[in-house]
Design a binder for this molecule. Structure first.
Ligand code: HEC
Ligand code: HEC
Ligand code: HEC
Length: 209
C-alpha cells in the first residue's frame, strides 16, 4: 500500500519536473521572436514565407491601371488649372473615384469637386470600405443593376457614358421622327471600354434599340 503511494508521488514529481523542463526549454534556447529591427530580409527567406510581399503587386504594375503615362491619366496635365473635371474624375482618377464612392467623407453617388491630377487606379481605388460591400451600379441609362459581386467596382468605370436615353433625347431635340434623317443629329459617343454596358446589353440600355 505505502509503497504504491510513494511510487505514485514519485511519478508525479517526475511528471512535474518534465513539465517544468518543458516550460523552461524556450528560455534555454530562445525562439527567434524577431523584433522588426532584427527581422529577416524578405530576399533571404523562402518563397513560401514571403509574407511581406504585397499581393498581386506585379500583376497590378503590369496593368493599364498602373500606367501613369497613359493618356487616360495625363489628358488634363496642360489644363489651367491642371485638374480633372467633375464629369471625368470618377473614372480617370483615384481621388475622383473615392469622391464618387463617398470614401473621402463627401456624399456617395456623385463627384463633388474636380480631382487633382497625377493618380492612377491603385489598390485603394478598388479596395476600400465602400467597394468591399458594393453590390449595385447605376448605368448611364439610369438603370440600376443590383445583386453584383466584386465586379461592381469595374462596372462603375467600364460602363460607358451614353445610352438609349441620349439617343431618344437627341431625336426629340432634333424634332425628327424615328428613322428620319435629321441634320442636327450627329454621332453620340459611348466612350471607351464600356464592357459592362455590352455585357448587360438590353438590361443596361447602353445602345439604342
Ligand atoms: C464612366 C467612366 C468614365 C468617365 C466618366 C470618363 N471616362 Fe474617359 N475613359 C474611361 C475608360 C474606362 C477609358 C479607358 C480606355 C482605354 O483603356 O484606353 C477612358 C479613356 C479616355 C481617354 C484615353 C483615350 C486614349 O486614347 O487612350 C481620354 C482622353 C478620356 N477617356 C477622356 C475623358 C474625358 C475628357 C472625360 C470627361 C468629359 C471622360 N473621359 C470621362 C472611362 C470614363
Ligand atoms: C481595378 C481594381 C483593382 C485594383 C487596382 C486592385 N485590385 Fe485587388 N482585387 C480586385 C478584385 C475585383 C478582386 C477579387 C474580389 C475580391 O476578393 O475582392 C481583388 C482581389 C484582391 C485580393 C484577394 C482578396 C482575398 O480575399 O483573397 C488581394 C489581396 C488584393 N486584391 C490586393 C490588391 C493589391 C495589393 C492591389 C494593388 C497592388 C490591388 N489588389 C489592386 C480589384 C482590384
Ligand atoms: C476608377 C475607375 C476604374 C475602375 C474601378 C476600373 N477601371 Fe479598368 N480602366 C480604367 C481606366 C481609366 C483605364 C485606362 C487606363 C490606361 O489607358 O492605361 C482602364 C483600363 C482597363 C483595361 C485595359 C484596357 C486596355 O487598354 O487594354 C482593362 C482590361 C480593365 N481596365 C479592366 C478592369 C477591371 C476588370 C476592373 C475591375 C476589377 C476595372 N478595370 C476597374 C478605369 C477603371
Amino acid at each position: 500500500m505505502r509503497g504504491t503511494v510513494w511510487m505514485g508521488l514519485g511519478a508525479l514529481v517526475v511528471v512535474a519536473l518534465l513539465l517544468m523542463g518543458a516550460g523552461c526549454a524556450p528560455r534555454a534556447t530562445p525562439t527567434p521572436t524577431a523584433t522588426p529591427a532584427e527581422a529577416t530580409p524578405v530576399a533571404a527567406v523562402t518563397p513560401e514565407v514571403r509574407i511581406r510581399e504585397v499581393p498581386f503587386e506585379q500583376e497590378w504594375l503590369s496593368s493599364a491601371h498602373a500606367d501613369a503615362k497613359a493618356e487616360a491619366f495625363r489628358h488634363w496635365d496642360q489644363e489651367s488649372p491642371p485638374e480633372i473635371p467633375v464629369q471625368c474624375a470618377k473614372c480617370h482618377s483615384a481621388y475622383g473615384f473615392l469622391d464618387f464612392l463617398g470614401v473621402d467623407g463627401s456624399p456617395a453617388g456623385a463627384v463633388d469637386q474636380p480631382a487633382a491630377i497625377g493618380s492612377v487606379i491603385d489598390c485603394v481605388t478598388c479596395h476600400n470600405s465602400a467597394t468591399q460591400t458594393m453590390d449595385r451600379v447605376t448605368m448611364p441609362s439610369g438603370v440600376e443593376i443590383a445583386g453584383l459581386g466584386p465586379e461592381a467596382r469595374c462596372m462603375q468605370c467600364h460602363q460607358g457614358r451614353a445610352s438609349s436615353q441620349d439617343v431618344e433625347k437627341a431625336i426629340q431635340e432634333a424634332g425628327v421622327e424615328v428613322d428620319q434623317v435629321g441634320e442636327k443629329l450627329s454621332f453620340i459617343n459611348i466612350h471607351y471600354y464600356a464592357a459592362a454596358a455590352i455585357k448587360y446589353g438590353t438590361v443596361a440600355k447602353g445602345g439604342y434599340q
